[in-house]
Design a protein around this ligand. Structure first.
Ligand code: SF4
Length: 124
């Protein structure tokens, strides 16, 4: 991960299990197109003991980078499927990804219920 020399926020040391897959998974087809590989990567993970206002500002800045990234959809889906527990991925914070995942789980449950009800109706 490249660190932008002009970043006012320094990223805390990221433990091995928190190293983003965009850095581990060099073979991912979308990886080479990731805008954050070229410069603003310091925006994507929280430094230790980051104040709330600074976190919100940093996350919004990261989201602006994501908004112009050509692989935002692929990155977001990757982060949801892993799932990636930390950082901004695909324009979503970790908290926002948890909300998306919870909605997906609820929708899957509802679809399964509907499928069972349909199967029961057909079976008579
Ligand atoms: S969507 Fe954001 S986090 Fe994902 S590769 Fe692009 S810039 Fe990086």
């Amino acid at each position: 991960m490249l660190q932008p020399p002009h970043s006012s926020l320094q990223v805390a040391a990221v433990p091995a299990q928190r190293v983003p897959v965009r850095d581990r998974d060099q073979d991912a087809p979308w990886h080479t197109e990731a805008v954050c590989r070229r410069d603003e990567a310091g925006l994507f993970f929280a430094p230790s003991k980051e104040p709330t206002a600074a976190r919100l500002s940093r996350e919004e800045a990261a989201k602006r980078v994501c908004a112009r990234c050509p692989v935002m959809v692929e990155c977001r889906e990757h982060a949801l499927l892993q799932p990636e527990p930390y950082g901004v991925w695909g324009g979503l914070t970790a908290a926002e990804r948890r909300v998306v995942l919870a909605r997906r789980r609820r929708r899957e449950v509802e679809l399964k219920k509907a499928a069972r009800a349909t199967a029961n109706r057909i079976a008579g």
